[in-house]
Design a protein around this ligand. Structure first.
Ligand code: PEP
Ligand code: MN
Length: 337
């Protein structure tokens, strides 16, 4: 439930409400907006308690959140969540572009791409060091060496880095290097992994599972948030449909739906959702026009030689051309890139 406090209420009254909720076994998550102070309480709800709280001094009203997700819901927090990755803000007026290769292949490959995407206006470098491959015979990633190269690319370019973590036993290592922890589509409902990742208090990007509903996807965010880490962003990366021509089907409606249901930033991945480089640019345009807070795009200097996902990688030149277009669309949306 959410306890909405009266405007300009004193700390003393807020504390009395919190104490009452805690006595009844509720976990508290405060949300201090520009106008309102909301006390989110997660636990077993009793009708009696609603009434008792409503009678307390300083309480304006008590609202039950009907959706199964609480902390992620727009009811709990009206203002958009803005995640700070150093000086890079995700979820604010600036649309953040994350770009880089599917997999970190070598130091030279990564540094070259990093400089190229930075020069086109990206602020965040992507690159997998641990790769979730469908085939056990396929390249699995450079692992810690790959993380070291990412850190070196950050050092050299000033870009922030995002990389996937797949294994509970590797979270500490990945968190040591990366600015943002990426949960891949295949692990969206790996609950032990979500719980482990939540402990590190780092921004987390959760990709939508291949067959996940909006509710299931937001519940994955709720797992991280209930552990006390509210720096969560969601990433639409295409879902499985009957269509096989594209790798997945980009559900562009995810952008307004997530914005409506939650206060979390929504990122779009036009690369994995189409699987073909020629559709990446148009889908990137659509994502910005739909109101996405960011994009994550696969870029490779030589896609035909890429170890992983070459067919969907765009070249640095095409990335640069895409960025020029996206900046114009962002302007129409009263945003910047
Ligand atoms: C990736 O971004 O490298 C990736 C593997 O994506 P997804 O989890 O969306 O398939
Ligand atoms: Mn990929």
């Amino acid at each position: 439930m959410i306890v909405v406090m009266q405007t300009h209420v004193g700390e003393e009254k807020i504390n009395l409400v919190i104490t009452k909720l805690k006595e009844n076994g509720f976990q508290i998550h405060e949300s201090r907006g520009v106008e309102k102070i909301l006390i989110g309480a997660v636990g077993d709800k009793t009708h009696y308690l609603d009434l008792a709280l409503e009678a307390m001094d300083g309480v304006e009203k008590v609202i039950s959140i009907l959706a199964p997700y609480k902390l992620a819901s727009r009811e709990f927090k009206q203002d958009n969540t803005i995640i700070s990755v150093g000086d890079v803000k995700i979820g604010g007026d600036q649309i953040q572009i994350m770009a880089g290769p599917c997999a970190v292949e070598s130091k030279e490959q990564l540094i070259e791409i990093a400089f190229r995407v930075k020069e086109s206006g990206a602020n965040i470098l992507r690159g997998g060091a641990f790769k979730p491959r469908s085939s056990p015979y396929a390249f699995q990633g450079l692992e810690e060496k790959g993380l070291e190269y990412l850190a070196e690319a950050r050092e050299k370019t000033g870009l922030k880095i995002i990389t996937e973590v797949m294994d509970t036993r590797k979270v500490e290592m990945v968190a040591h290097y990366s600015d943002i922890l990426q949960i891949g589509a295949r692990n969206m409902q790996n609950f032990p992994l979500l719980k482990e990742v939540a402990k590190y208090n780092k921004p987390v990007l959760i990709k939508r599972g291949l067959n996940a509903t909006f509710e299931e996807w937001i519940m994955a965010a709720e797992y991280i948030m209930v552990a006390g880490n509210h720096q969560v962003m969601l990433c639409e990366r295409g879902i499985r449909t009957f269509e096989t021509f594209t790798r997945n089907t980009l559900d562009i409606s995810a952008v307004p739906v997530i914005k409506h249901l939650t206060h979390l930033p929504i990122i779009v991945d036009p690369s994995h959702s189409t699987g073909k480089w020629r559709y990446v640019q148009p889908m990137a345009r659509a994502a910005v026009a739909a109101g996405a807070d960011g994009l994550i795009i696969e870029v490779h200097s030589n896609p035909s030689e890429a170890i992983c996902d070459g067919p969907q990688c765009i070249t640095p030149d095409r990335f640069s051309a895409t960025m020029i277009e996206l900046k114009k669309i962002a302007e129409v949306m009263d945003r910047s890139i």
